[in-house]
Design a protein around this ligand. Structure first.
Ligand code: NOJ
Length: 564
């Protein structure tokens, strides 16, 4: 396994610090909480922790609105706490990965405060300013990703500024070399602190088109999603190569960029030797319910028809990354619903569903990313009113759904399914008060199922989701299948089967087979090459070749006798 880099042969764990562990009683998680749980992360084979933003922030978008790119928000602790976390992580073989949010800053960042003060200020063109249309309205009809116009008026400058996301997240002007240098300096600051890599936020938006024009409206509000107007504008790669050269190059770190909408044929320009990043988070398997864009009100909801699509897009990503770069395998993050609700109906056995995702995660080719709570099988929440929701995009999408003619109850149902708060409820550590997350009042309610689904309960139960994740992590990283799972190639099996996902990984003289049944029926398959294969893992005792019981998953290994 010597050809692989450290981050290709480990698991990454994503921590949403605000919801991980509170050590002060504030109701919000903090850095010392992460340090306290490093030994727990070791039990999941974790070699890197992606921390969503912990920088000073007014928290309009929970830290993705940054007021200082090289500081720590006091609610999370101090720079000394961060340094201790990095050092304690290193002692255990766990490196910290920082989130670089470089498309925008907070409107409270000193750069923006100066920029908006006048057209002659020092930072005047550090953001994207435009005059109003002759009738005083916004320069274009672009809708921000969180809903509402992507432009906000500034009295002092008598101009509008652009924000791809919330009004409080003005877009930085990457055309200005001083802006780019300031951002690179901030990233290098974290490299000097010893971090192990970067997750790069919303990177596809940094380059704006030369001319700003109205788009064809995609909804009754007369606006068009800004994504379709500015994402992946030609020229973006020039910026990104400069970024690589001035920051990433030559360091023993990994980079993974959030890049919605990069086509497989363009992958070589983005990842790998000739590209910019080591990995890209692409969302084809997350957007299965969004064939018409990103409006939640237009999503299709779950149906078994998404399973053939899931198979198809995962295979396509596996093939694409076999040629170029490396794949970050993920089925959850802080912006998505919980995976047990995503790929399975409400009637599914939740424990088997969670284990099925663990099987996919740990046997596909790439680096597995576990999102906090996924290893416990946590599920979505459904709160009684939109007022209970903290997530800014839930409010925007709720209003849009009402504007599209949905009733309040229908709009709330949509929020129940897609709200980002589904993944942001506090981590469930114990059966005690607030699931052991805080002694204070949690900033977001703890899921009501915490007594069954928590580390304390699950660690004692051999059949729990957590125990299964721990076994799967060992399978992936050590033992007879590890070489195949980390280095082996990927072949899709049973491509036409509507309900079974099946694939083979192969390396040297060994093959590992994964089979997952996504339905509530027994399903049958014919795979003669499985003859002689040995069972490595099963989610229901006494599995048998040729059939899978409802929601069942199995993994087999086979010696082929000849090295291929
Ligand atoms: C993507 C992040 O994952 C999300 O949480 C955030 O709201 C937006 N980018 C804006 O930074």
């Amino acid at each position: 396994m010597n050809d692989l880099k450290w981050w290709q042969k480990t698991n990454v764990y994503q921590v949403y610090p605000k919801s991980f562990l509170d050590t002060t009683g504030s109701g919000m998680g903090d850095l010392n909480g992460v340090t306290e749980k490093l030994d727990y992360l070791n039990t999941l084979g974790v070699g890197a922790v992606w921390l969503t933003p912990v920088y000073p922030s007014p928290m309009v978008d929970n830290g993705y609105d940054i007021a200082d790119f090289t500081g720590i928000d006091p609610s999370y602790g101090t720079m000394a706490d961060m340094e201790r976390l990095i050092a304690e992580g290193k002692r255990r073989g766990i490196r910290m990965v920082m989130d670089l949010v470089y498309n925008h800053s907070s409107d409270k960042h000193p750069w923006f405060i100066d920029s908006k003060s006048s057209r002659d200020s020092e930072h005047s063109d550090w953001y994207i300013w435009r005059d109003a249309k002759p009738d005083g309205s916004a320069p274009t009809n672009w809708r921000s990703i969180f809903g509402g116009s992507a432009w906000t008026w500034c009295e002092a400058r008598q101009q509008y500024y652009l924000h791809t996301f919330a009004e409080a997240q003005p877009d930085l002007n990457w055309e200005n070399p001083q802006v780019r240098q300031a951002l690179y300096d901030a990233a290098n600051f974290w490299l000097d602190k010893g971090v192990g890599g970067f997750r790069i936020d919303a990177i596809v938006y940094i380059k704006k088109p030369a001319e700003f024009v109205d788009g064809e409206p995609d909804s009754d509000d007369g606006m068009v999603n800004i994504h379709s107007m500015i994402a992946n504008t030609p020229g973006i790669l020039d910026f990104l190569h400069e970024f690589k050269e001035k920051v990433f190059q030559g360091h023993d770190i990994f980079t993974v960029a959030e890049a919605n909408g990069i086509e497989p044929e363009d992958l070589d320009k983005w990842v790998g030797e000739k590209g910019v990043f080591d990995m890209l988070f692409e969302f084809s398997h997350m957007n299965l319910e969004f064939p018409h864009g990103e409006l939640w009100s237009q999503a299709t909801g779950y149906s078994p028809a998404i399973i053939p699509r899931l198979k198809q897009v995962l295979s396509a990503s596996q093939f694409a990354t076999a040629q170029n770069g490396w794949y970050p395998i993920f089925f959850e993050n802080h912006d998505q619903m919980r995976c047990v609700n995503h790929y399975f109906p409400f009637t599914a056995d939740r424990i088997l569903a969670a284990k099925a995702v663990a099987v996919m995660l740990m046997t596909l080719r790439g680096t597995p990313f576990i999102y906090e709570g996924q290893e416990l099988g946590l599920a979505n929440v459904a709160w009684g009113s939109i007022e209970n929701y903290n997530d800014i995009s839930s409010h925007g999408q709720y209003d849009l759904a009402l504007a599209e003619g949905k009733t309040p109850a229908e709009a709330l149902d949509i929020v129940h399914r897609y709200s980002r708060d589904n993944a942001r409820t506090p981590m469930q550590w114990t059966r005690g008060k607030n699931a052991g997350f805080t002694t204070g009042t949690p900033w977001l309610p703890v899921h009501e199922d915490f007594r069954q689904q928590c580390v304390e309960t699950e660690a004692l139960d051999e059949d729990s989701v957590l125990s299964f994740y721990r076994r799967m992590a060992r399978l992936r990283l050590y033992g007879e299948a590890a070489g195949v799972l980390q280095q082996g190639d990927y072949t899709e099996l049973l491509p036409e089967h509507p309900s079974i996902m099946a694939f083979k990984r192969r390396f040297g003289c060994r093959s590992v087979y994964t089979l997952i049944n996504f339905t509530d029926r027994a399903e049958f398959y014919d795979l003669p090459e499985l003859t002689g294969a040995k069972l490595l893992a099963e989610t229901i005792p006494d599995s048998a070749h040729g059939s899978l019981r409802p929601w069942e998953s199995v993994i087999y290994i086979k010696e082929t006798g000849e090295a291929i």
